[in-house]
Design a protein around this ligand. Structure first.
Ligand SMILES: C=C(O[C@@H]1C=C(C(=O)O)C=C[C@H]1N)C(=O)O
Length: 285
């Protein structure tokens, strides 16, 4: 059993067609999940976001093929004795044939492609990771209301932002849009604690509606007795935040210690949410 392992339309180590629209146009969606102790975390939330993305992109969602692939991957990970993994599901419109030469934007799809990858991970689940040091990205996100929230495959904004961060020696940063609204981290959502309220950017114009973000807003924060808000935020809000943290499907809730050289030493709300999120996601299995 070798990891990473990749499947294309259920075939282990299968090949992707050079005409697949995911490859050619980024015409697809993806979900990155945490697999821990024989189960996928937040699987239902990931599937709901994928289904929503399918509606927006008008791709028929092949739910039973995806369920079969998740089951095959879980069997493979169990046989490989891999207890902690990152699993990425990629769904594309498939190998679409256009009227002309088998190419072109307007091609009709035949069958969506289901691609899955499984990677062994050493990222700890419950134990604390070091608090992050962030830099504000010079790169700014364009607005794209129609695609906002969904996890489509066009991720060049994040690729360019990540390259910029790496040039400066950082692994994560804060992304604003072209109008100066705080949107997210590069591979994560962002939360601020402002006057005791848990606040995260509203994402109607750009950004990805993360599964951990949604769980915090709708379940975990209310359980902790915290008020929540989704609203427009700017750089001035960072300066007056008592705590900042990031969320992602792989890292859960991650403390932030420094933003652009300014320290954020208080993490009590972040830690409470981190523990409650881990407890809830294990219960919700
Ligand atoms: C970039 C990928 O996935 C994203 C990264 C993380 C993470 O590093 O925490 C989590 C989920 C995704 N937004 C990928 O290639 O799968």
């Amino acid at each position: 059993m070798v990891l990473p392992a990749h499947w294309v339309n259920m075939q282990l180590a299968g090949q992707i067609d050079p005409l697949d629209r995911g490859l050619v146009y980024g015409d697809g969606l993806f979900e990155t999940l945490r697999y821990e102790k024989d189960r996928y975390h937040l699987l239902q939330a990931h599937m709901e976001r994928l289904q929503h993305g399918c509606k927006v992109l008008e791709i028929p969602c092949p739910e039973s093929r995806i369920a079969d692939q998740f089951a095959a991957t879980a069997d493979y990970l169990a046989a490989a004795a891999c207890g902690s993994a990152t699993v990425r599901l990629l769904l594309t419109r498939g190998n679409a044939l256009d009227q002309t030469e088998g190419r072109g934007y307007g091609g009709e799809h035949e069958q969506p492609s289901v691609v899955m990858s499984a990677f062994a991970t050493s990222l700890p689940w419950r134990s604390e990771l070091p608090a992050l040091t962030l830099r504000t990205c010079e790169y700014q996100l364009p607005r794209h209301p129609r695609l906002a929230g969904i996890k489509h495959c066009n991720r060049l904004d994040q690729v360019l932002a990540a390259r910029e961060l790496r040039r400066h020696g950082f692994n994560e940063g804060l992304l604003y849009d072209l109008e100066g609204h705080l949107i997210s981290g590069v591979a994560a959502n962002v939360f601020l604690v402002l006057d005791g309220v848990l606040v995260t950017p509203e994402l109607s114009n750009c950004g990805i509606a993360g599964t951990v973000r949604d769980a915090l807003l709708s379940i975990v924060a209310p359980r902790c007795g915290l008020r929540v808000a989704e609203r427009s935020l700017g750089a001035a809000d960072i300066q007056r935040a008592s705590e900042i943290f990031l969320t992602s499907s792989l890292q859960g809730v991650r403390q932030v210690a420094i933003v652009d050289g300014v320290e954020f030493p208080e993490h009590s709300v972040t830690d409470q949410l981190r523990h409650s999120f881990c407890d809830w996601s294990e219960e919700a299995a």
